[in-house]
Design a protein around this ligand. Structure first.
Ligand code: BG6
Ligand code: MG
Length: 217
């Protein structure tokens, strides 16, 4: 029985995944590296430093820890600039209603994002009080595809991993949910997220009936 739903943030609740991409692309351009949307899929769900390492790997560039930290900070400052211009209306349609419906049905709702900016984003969207727990990039050692973030969210929600359903737009996130022993709804394309138990185009499309269906499979 599913007792809790755990949502990723970037690309699931709001299109901040696009802001991450724009900021990484700008940094990659400065390094003369072509960051395509296809390669960007590999950056989704993973930590800031790991994302930078993937980009540097593309260009065969090796840097000191200090230089890498400078570049990661630069990217983050551009990302934060985008956030400052983000309006609460940018939350994906139907997400607030879905969270409300889940909670009214007695389902616990958690947020599990690898981002260290997650708390800022949910405050900007005015949804910081809609979750029973929030786990972000400041609270974990291993980022997705490691299951740590989802296991911590389940523990804080007081439920077992097998009682959780995760919503994820990143391949690394789907893998993390599966590794945690949870069911997973992929938000995006079936080609990218085929390992998920079900794939939907946008989070707001999900209905409670779908949850009962996933319990049976
Ligand atoms: C994830 C995003 O949610 O957070 C990644 O999918 C991002 O693209 C990661 O790199 C870390 O985010 P931040 O805000 O801590 O740099
Ligand atoms: Mg995401």
């Amino acid at each position: 029985m599913i007792k809790a739903c755990i949502f990723d943030l970037d690309g699931v609740i709001v299109d901040t995944a696009h802001y991450h991409y724009l900021a990484w692309k700008r940094l990659a351009q400065e390094l003369n590296i072509d960051l395509t949307e296809e390669i960007n899929e590999r950056l989704k769900g993973v930590s800031r430093m790991h994302s930078l390492e993937i980009i540097l790997g593309l260009g065969g560039i090796s840097l000191s820890q200090h230089e890498k930290e400078n570049l990661a900070n630069k990217k983050n400052s551009w990302f934060v600039d985008y956030l400052e211009r983000m309006a609460p209306e940018e939350i994906f349609p139907g997400v607030k209603q879905l969270i409300k419906d889940l909670r009214q049905s007695g389902i616990k709702v958690g947020l599990a994002s690898s981002s260290k900016n997650a708390k800022t984003v949910i405050q900007l969207l005015h949804i910081q009080n809609e979750f029973d727990t929030v786990v972000d990039g400041t609270m974990i050692t291993h980022s997705k595809p490691h299951p740590e973030i989802f296991l911590l969210a389940a523990e804080r929600l007081g439920v077992l991993p097998q009682e959780c359903l995760v919503f994820e737009d990143a391949e690394a996130g789907v893998e993390a949910a599966i590794a945690a022993g949870m069911k997973c709804v992929g938000v995006g394309s079936p080609e990218q997220l085929g390992k998920a138990n079900k794939v939907i185009t946008t989070t707001g499309d999900f209905r409670i009936a779908g949850l009962r269906e996933l319990e049976r499979n």
